[in-house]
Write a protein that binds this ligand. Structure first.
Ligand code: SAM
Length: 258
C-alpha cells in the first residue's frame, strides 16, 4: 500500500539504517523492559526495538499507517498499537505493571514542545526518554542561563530531567527530508529534584510569566506576582531578565509566591 507522507502529522520517515541502529544502540532495549514508542509511523525504529525488547507499546495518530506498521513488525514480537493522539494519551495508564516506562520516538516536530510538556506531567512513571527532535529544540532544552536560546523549555526540562544531547542527524536520513537538522537527545528524570520548590505549580507559573516577554525585566514581567522588594529580598536584581536566571533563582522566587 502506498502512503504519502502527511505534513500535518509531522511525518518525516527515517530511512537511514545507520542512524536507526545508532538510536537503538543508545536506547539499548532489553527483554522485560516496558518500552513505549511515540509515532512509530511505518515502523523504521519499531522493528528494531521490538526485536530486542520482545514487547512494545506504540502510539500512532495516523490510522492509515497501522497496516504498514503491522506488516513491518510481523513475527518480531508482541506489538500493542494504540491508535491515539499522544497529546491526549495517558502514559500512566500503561505503567500499571509496576515497571517504569522507557519512551522512545522520532517525534512529530510540529507538536514537540506541547508533547514535551505533556510528558513532564507524567514523569513519575518514566525511567528515561530518547527522542529525535529538531536540533534547535534540543539546544533550547540544554541551554544554560545567559545563552540566547535559554527559555521556559530549558528551565522546566532541566528542573525535571538530566538532558544529554547525543548526536546530530542530517535531513538526508529522512524521507521526505525536513528543512531542518535534527538531534537525538536522552532525558533522564532526576531521582531527587535539583532545586527545592514548595509547589511545582507555582514554579511553573513563575517561569512561564518571567519568560512571557523575554526582553522585559523581571520587575515588569512579574508585576502583580512579586514586588521589586520581594525580588531584591531574594538577592536577585529586579532589572535582570529571565534569560539570566538559574534554576535555583527561579526556585527561590517561586517559593515566596503567595
Ligand atoms: N517513527 C517513524 C520513523 O522514524 O520513520 C515516524 C516518525 S514521524 C517524524 C512522526 C510520527 O508521529 C508519524 O508517524 C506521525 O503520524 C506520528 N504522529 C504525529 N502526530 C501524532 C500525535 N499527535 N500522536 C501520535 N502520533 C503522532
Amino acid at each position: 500500500m502506498l502512503h504519502t507522507a502527511r505534513k500535518r502529522f509531522g511525518q518525516n520517515f527515517l530511512h537511514d539504517v545507520g542512524v536507526i541502529q545508532h538510536i537503538v544502540s543508545y536506547v539499548n532495549p532489553e527483554p522485560g523492559q516496558h518500552i513505549v514508542e511515540i509515532g512509530p509511523g511505518k515502523g523504521a525504529l519499531t522493528q528494531y526495538l521490538l526485536k530486542e525488547a520482545g514487547r512494545l507499546d506504540v502510539i500512532e495518530l495516523d490510522r492509515d499507517l497501522i497496516p504498514l506498521l503491522e506488516r513491518a513488525c510481523t513475527g518480531l514480537g508482541e506489538l500493542h498499537i494504540h491508535s491515539a493522539d499522544v497529546l491526549r494519551f495517558d502514559f500512566a495508564a500503561l505503567a500499571t505493571d509496576g515497571r517504569a516506562l522507557r519512551l522512545v520516538g522520532n517525534l512529530p516536530y510540529n507538536i514537540s514542545t506541547p508533547l514535551l510538556f505533556h510528558v513532564l506531567e507524567k514523569l513519575s512513571c518514566v525511567q528515561d526518554m530518547h527522542f529525535m527532535l529538531q536540533k534547535e529544540v534540543v539546544q533550547r532544552m540544554a541551554a544554560a542561563p545567559g545563552d540566547s536560546d535559554y527559555g521556559r523549555l530549558s528551565v522546566m526540562i532541566q528542573y525535571y530531567c538530566y538532558v544529554d544531547p547525543l548526536f546530530l542527524v542530517g535531513p538526508e536520513a529522512f524521507s521526505p527530508a525536513p528543512k531542518v537538522e535534527s538531534m537525538v537527545v536522552r532525558l533522564v528524570p532526576h531521582a531527587q529534584p535539583r532545586v527545592q520548590v514548595t509547589s511545582t505549580a507555582r514554579f511553573s507559573a513563575i517561569v512561564k510569566q518571567a519568560f512571557s516577554q523575554r526582553r522585559k525585566t523581571l520587575r515588569n514581567t512579574l508585576k502583580g506576582l512579586l514586588s521589586e522588594d520581594d525580588i531584591r529580598a531574594q538577592e536577585i536584581d529586579p532589572s535582570a531578565r529571565a534569560e539570566t536566571l538559574s534554576l535555583e533563582q527561579f526556585a527561590r522566587l517561586s517559593n515566596i509566591l503567595r
